[in-house]
Every structure is written in C-alpha cells, then in structure tokens.
Design a protein around this ligand. Structure first.
Ligand SMILES: NC(=O)c1ccc[n+]([C@@H]2O[C@H](COP(=O)([O-])OP(=O)(O)OC[C@H]3O[C@@H](n4cnc5c(N)ncnc54)[C@H](OP(=O)(O)O)[C@@H]3O)[C@@H](O)[C@H]2O)c1
Length: 251
C-alpha cells in the first residue's frame, strides 16, 4: 500500500532540477501523493524521460536557472498555465568546482549564478504565484555548516541560501501569507552529480569514514524529508534546516 497516497492531492508542485537525482526522486514522491508536478531542467530530452518516470500529467519546463530571464519566464508560464503553486522546491544546483588554484572568475560566476543567484531569483519571481500557505523548500547542503577545504565556493553558496531562508521566512511576502520557507540539507547522496565520487573507491571510503551512519544516502531518503517539509506534517516549521546527512555535519 502507498502510505503517501492522497498526501498532496490537489497540490501543484514545481521542482527546479527535477530531471535527476534528488529532484527526480522528490517529484516521484509528490506525484505518488497526488500532486500535479512540474519539473525544470536545461535538457528537454532528459526532462521528457524524467516526466515518463514520474508519471502521467507531469509537465516539463526547459530553463537554465542560472539565467534570470529563464527564471522569470518559467514563473510567467506557471501563472498562465496553472495560476498558482502550493509547493516550490528550489533544487537545481551543482557541486562541481575546480580545484582552488583553477577557480577563475568564470568558474566562480558559474557556481554562484546557479547555486545562489538562481535560488534568490527563483524565490523572488515565485512570490506572485505562491498560494497562501504554500511550502518553499531550498536544497542546501551539509557543506554549508562545515569548513570545506576541497570546495569552499560550493560550501559558501549553500551557506548563502541558508541565509536566504532565514530572511525570506520572516519576510512579509512569505510569512504574511503563511508561506513556509525551509532548507533541506543533504549530506552525500548517490546521484548522477556525485557518480564519479561514489564510484571512486578512495572517495567512497573517505565518505563512509566521515559519515557517522557510514554510507551514502539514496535520493529517496532525501525525497522523504522533502515530502515532510512540503506537507502539513511540518506546519510549524519555517526558517529551519532539516539535515538529512547521516550525521555528517551534526557531530
Ligand atoms: N548529491 C549530493 O550528494 C548532494 C548533497 C548535498 C546537496 N546536494 C544538492 O542537491 C541538489 C540536487 O543535486 P543532485 O545530486 O540531485 O544533482 P543531479 O542528479 O545532477 O540533478 C541536478 C538537476 O538540476 C538540473 N540542473 C543542473 N544545472 C541546471 C541549471 N543551470 N538550470 C536548471 N537546471 C539545472 C539538472 O538537469 P540538467 O543538467 O538537464 O539541467 C538536474 O535535473 C543540488 O542543489 C545539489 O547541490 C546534492
């Protein structure tokens, strides 16, 4: 039996970066719960395959979330096609940073444009379409709470969006309409983004040693926490961080 059945009946959910990994697993769970699901990504064929995997009625929107004009356009499309959103997951992001010596201005901008600027404008342009009582989830990272010698830039972008959640949670445009804003903070998750790492025995061993639970998460484990934040089960949570990191950043 599907214990998720009916949980998101009549809800409209938009997940940015919903064609892979954490976003895709979350989209499937929302769909199973009865939501109408919209996903974004840059690659139309990847989006089409994801929509097929998520289920009937899934809508796809091609957009580069690092480009403000694309972000504005998708919320215009949402307004025209659906009228409102009950759930927004600002999830599109990357962790691919060059080694510190190779971080030039272009690499810096590419990372911050997607992970920080993209999330900022996603939230700002979503305001007109978010329904009263909506839930906004930002995909952060355990890296935001740790010193990260390997990727300081990535960690800083995730700390930045954690800060956005604190402010937006209290902002009139959100709190004034009972819209909750929370951060979902995964540790290492086995997705296409991290495939090179979890397939590398040395990195895999490093991760297993660093994480108290001694393993990587599966995307579905993160998706279940996203479903909690999206649903009324978390009705008194806003401005919070929900860590799903096997204890990595907690001990
Ligand atoms: N995996 C982990 O260990 C981990 C840990 C902590 C936090 N996170 C965070 O979780 C989120 C999802 O990561 P994931 O591991 O699920 O990654 P993933 O499997 O690579 O999925 C990323 C998704 O974002 C989309 N995307 C990438 N760049 C985009 C852009 N410029 N505009 C629009 N969409 C874009 C991708 O589609 P296209 O490439 O087709 O655009 C894809 O749908 C990210 O914010 C990541 O930082 C991941």
């Amino acid at each position: 039996m599907n214990s998720n059945a009916g949980r998101f009946e009549e809800k409209i959910a938009l997940i940015t970066g919903g064609s892979s990994g954490i976003g895709l697993a979350t989209a499937r769970l929302f769909h199973q719960g009865g939501a109408r699901v919209l996903i974004t990504g840059r690659d139309a064929s990847r989006l089409a395959a994801a929509a097929e995997a998520i289920g009937p009625g899934t809508r796809t929107l091609v957009a580069d979330m690092a480009r403000v004009e694309d972000v504005q356009r998708i919320f215009d499309q949402v307004a025209d096609g659906f009228g409102h959103l009950d759930i927004l997951m600002a999830n599109a992001g990357t962790s691919h940073t060059p080694a510190l010596d190779d971080v030039d201005e272009a690499a810096f901008d590419a990372m911050s444009d997607l992970n920080f600027k993209g999330v900022f404008f996603t939230m700002v342009h979503a305001i007109p379409v978010l329904a009263r009582g909506a839930s906004v989830i930002i995909t952060g990272s355990a890296a935001a709470d740790m010193g990260r010698l390997a990727d300081p830039l990535y960690a800083a972008t995730k700390a930045a969006v954690r800060s956005l959640a604190r402010t937006f949670a209290a902002h009139e445009a959100f709190a004034g309409r009972a819209i909750r804003v929370n951060v979902l903070s995964p540790g290492p998750v086995r997705t296409p983004l991290t495939e090179e790492a979890w397939k590398d025995p040395a990195v895999d061993e490093y991760v297993r040693n660093a994480v108290p639970l001694g393993r990587w998460a599966e995307p579905e484990e993160v998706a279940r926490a996203a479903a909690f934040l999206a649903s009324s089960d978390s009705s008194y949570m806003t401005g919070s961080v929900l860590a799903v990191d096997g204890g990595l950043a907690q001990v």
